[in-house]
Design a protein around this ligand. Sequence first.
Ligand code: PAF
Length: 273
Amino acid sequence: MKIISDPYVLKEYLKSKRERIGFVPTMGALHDGHLSLIKNAREKCEVVVVSIFVNPTQFLKGEDLESYPSKIDADSKICEIAGVDVLFLPQVKDIYGEDEVRLQAPDVRGYVLEGATRPGHFNGVLTVVNKLLNIVNPDYAFFGKKDAQQLNLIMLMVKQLFMSVEIVAVDTVRESDGLAMSSRNVYLSTEERKDALKIAASLREATKLITQGERDVRVIQEAMLQILKPLEIGYVAILSREFEYIESLRVGESIILVEVLVGSTRLLDNIWV
Ligand code: PAF
């Protein structure tokens, strides 16, 4: 596995490749969710590039930028074992200059749900993903469905900026108890982890109701809120896959998203129904 830190060196190195390039951008602290993205990239592409870059512009003031889990040595071993060809490890100074051109998330989709609780967060995500895609110039880039709003906005950016990469959405990987994998799960105490399981339980309840034929969004939402109630709820939203609010759920075209604060840890989960 080649390790490259300089964006221009990486660009030059990948330019000579004639095979399909698959790209998995990450912020490190790799877990099975990331491994699943890498596996998908490995299956589809001859060259697999993973980046680890904790992007400062997507953290708001007071968020966990300074304490974000960092495990570069363990992460590079994981990448090597997973058959990654190139690990891209840039520094902040390699990615950002002084007077920056930045991307702006769309006014509606970028400022609802997570964009409402973390205003400006998606500007940082889109800016860095755009930069990373320009550096790697992959045929395919792989993102997890767990961060559904991020995924939706990245797909929109690729479409609206006429970019040629194909975005591949990969299913959420869960712990054996149902908790969606996230690098931030390490912040949870034993007690908080128990509370966090209410998120998956609320989504299971939604699935049960839908299987029984329920389509009224308010009824499904209310049942989920009952399960989540003791926790600090960011949102429980039932939307179309285009992120529009709906009153009646259409199977195969909808998404149910939850954001909950457990202790001081913000956890996201969703199901595509
Ligand atoms: O999902 C993440 O880990 C980050 O938001 C991403 C896409 C790597 C951009 O920093």
